[in-house]
Design a protein around this ligand. Structure first.
Ligand code: ATP
Ligand code: MG
Length: 256
């Protein structure tokens, strides 16, 4: 049965999608069966996996509003070696359309039950907001992976996210926990980043993943080719770091 993880941080541009795509590809390279769910109307995880968001018959939007089954929306990332439930801008309408639905926060959770046994990992790429979409992600997941840049304001946003996770844990999904904080776009030469990284370890201890994802231009280039960075340049530091992170996740789920 798959372990389900949300990649979430309400702050924009912190590396959620890059982490979702490359963790999916890293895990696939380690022979895990992976499904990546794009839960962001921007559709970046879709495009970055090599699936054209403009040419979709079905997407996560149709799944959420009940117009198709999750299996009917499934695509494959040929380069990444994993499956994708894609998204595009239609998904922005779901926030409003779902308002009248009963149990509107647990629609994704129900939909995923149909495919849970087909995968080892299901990864959900969340939008940069604590919205109904993100709430659906949190209700469906066993845990949250929080990518963050080691900058001063990163810590402030973190407490909002941790509070939301606590609320969902208490009221909607007792299974949910923070799996870990992932330091991304890390530049060890910056004194501030080193300091924030040390503070993170002081506050969160074991919850900080051992793997550090460096700032690496190859990871930023890869999406324009519709290929995960892990595949685009296997020997780059960024690619190696994400495969290492995949191995750390495989170890981590043994303790869940
Ligand atoms: P949003 O909140 O808009 O969904 P996000 O949190 O998903 O954004 P990404 O899209 O993954 O963030 O990353 C933001 C930008 O930073 C992108 O241009 C991406 O290519 C770049 N980026 C992410 N990680 C790295 C890295 N380790 N090294 C270099 N560039 C990176
Ligand atoms: Mg994103």
């Amino acid at each position: 049965m798959a372990k389900i993880f949300c990649i979430a941080n309400q702050k924009g541009g912190v590396g959620k999608t890059t982490t979702a795509i490359n963790l999916a590809a890293g895990l696939a390279a380690l022979e895990q069966r992976v499904l990546l769910v794009d839960l962001d109307p921007q559709g970046n995880a879709t495009m970055g996996s090599g699936v054209d968001k403009h040419q979709l018959n079905n997407s996560i939007y149709q799944v959420l509003i009940g117009h198709c089954s999750i299996n009917d929306a499934k695509c494959t990332s040929e380069s990444g070696g994993y499956d994708v439930i894609p998204a595009n801008r239609n998904l922005a309408g779901a926030e409003i359309e779902l308002v009248d639905f009963e149990h509107r926060e647990s629609i994704l959770s129900k939909a995923l039950r149909l495919v849970e046994s087909d995968y080892d990992f299901i990864l959900i790429d969340c939008p940069p907001a604590l919205s109904l979409l993100t709430l659906n992600g949190l209700c469906a997941a066993n845990g949250v992976i929080v990518p963050m840049q080691c900058e001063y304001f990163a810590l402030e946003g973190l407490s909002d996210l941790v509070n939301s996770i606590k609320q969902v844990h208490a009221n909607l999904n007792p299974d949910l926990k923070v799996i870990g904080l992932l330091r991304v776009m890390f530049d060890p030469r910056t004194a501030l980043q080193q300091q924030v990284s040390e503070q993170l370890i002081q506050h969160f201890g074991d919850k900080v993943f051992k793997t550090i994802i460096p700032r690496n231009v190859r990871l930023a280039e890869a999406p324009s080719y519709g290929v995960p960075g892990v595949v685009y340049d296997k020997s780059s530091r960024g690619a190696k770091a994400y495969v290492e992170f995949g191995a750390e996740m495989i170890e981590r789920i043994k303790t869940l």
